[in-house]
Design a protein around this ligand. Structure first.
Ligand code: IPD
Ligand code: CA
Length: 285
């Protein structure tokens, strides 16, 4: 089995960057023929299209070729296998190496021609992310990180040059903050709790956006555009890559109870300290 050392993780990170770029080309191709895409409804878990499936098939094939002994937890295949039984994913916490893939985060945006969507690729070592890539093919923005270095940002289509992600502390107050969130309600649960929470924070903050891609929202916290993000009911593929990108750029990532981030968590709350503390205080039950 592969050793968890710097050389292997950086090799895997470069591989994941290449993969996301190629998968991005697939999504961009499908973006030009939206009306001909087949769309399947996944009951409580939104929709999937020919584009999600083609991107996932490509990514999985390349990973299986290069890392035949690694496990893969990819959104559409996992749904086909386990349906809504999310507890089933927990077994991947125990596996030595698992690639966690969202072939298209922001499917609803994509299907409506809104260019806010991304490909997410992460590698877990016994359930802990060691690398993450979030790539937005519509404009080439790419966020990535590994456990052996800080988070970086580059534009894959314009220039391979990368820069360090925003790493200052955030001394804003909630009244000055612009936040982002998403709703598990689209999956048919917790409507009242989520909206109560939203209203409370909306009243006290400068504004809240609901953009439609949890992974990109988290990367915008890492890059300092948003002051914080929260959502419950996300799946590991929505959070694994962006979670390590946030952590490596100095963002504090926990669940609503303040427990340290792990991709199988039931809720996520991300903000840079010391502002994190004030945002977290809004989640006291
Ligand atoms: C969705 C997006 C959305 C979030 C949903 C996710 P998908 O992922 O990240 O922002 O609110 O909870 O399911 O289905 O487009 O990959
Ligand atoms: Ca998806």
């Amino acid at each position: 089995m592969m050793k968890n050392n710097k050389k292997n993780i950086l090799d895997a990170l470069n591989f994941a960057l290449d993969l996301s770029y190629s998968a991005g080309k697939i999504l961009l191709k499908y973006q030009t023929k939206l009306s001909s895409l087949e769309i399947t409804s996944k009951q409580a878990q939104g929709v999937a299209s020919t584009a999600d499936l083609a991107s996932e098939k490509f990514i999985m094939k390349q990973i299986s070729k290069k890392y035949p002994n690694h496990d893969i937890l990819a959104e559409e295949s996992a749904y086909a296998q386990f349906g809504d039984a999310k507890e089933a994913y927990q077994v991947f916490k125990e596996r030595e190496w698992t690639w966690v893939i969202d072939p298209l985060d922001g499917t609803n945006n994509f299907l409506n021609g809104l260019d806010y969507y991304a490909i997410c690729i992460s590698l877990l070592h016994f359930g802990k992310p060691v690398l993450g890539v979030v790539y937005r093919p519509s404009n080439g923005d790419c966020y990535y990180a590994s456990s052996f270095g800080e988070s970086r940002f580059s534009n894959l289509t314009k220039s391979p040059k990368s820069k360090k992600l925003f790493s200052k502390s955030n001394k804003k107050k909630l009244s000055e903050a612009m936040l982002s969130t998403g709703f598990v309600t689209e999956k048919g649960k917790c409507f009242d709790t989520e909206f109560d929470q939203f209203v409370q924070i909306m009243k006290k903050s400068r504004g809240i956006r609901r953009m439609g891609s949890a992974a990109l929202d988290l990367c915008l916290v890492a890059s300092g555009v948003f002051d914080g993000f929260w959502e419950s009911g996300l799946a590991p593929w929505d959070m694994a890559a962006a979670g390590i990108i946030c952590e490596q750029s100095g963002v504090k990532v926990t669940d609503f109870e303040g427990r340290p981030f792990q991709p199988f968590t039931a809720s996520i709350l991300a903000a840079r300290p010391p502002f994190y503390k004030e945002l977290k205080s809004q989640f006291k039950r």
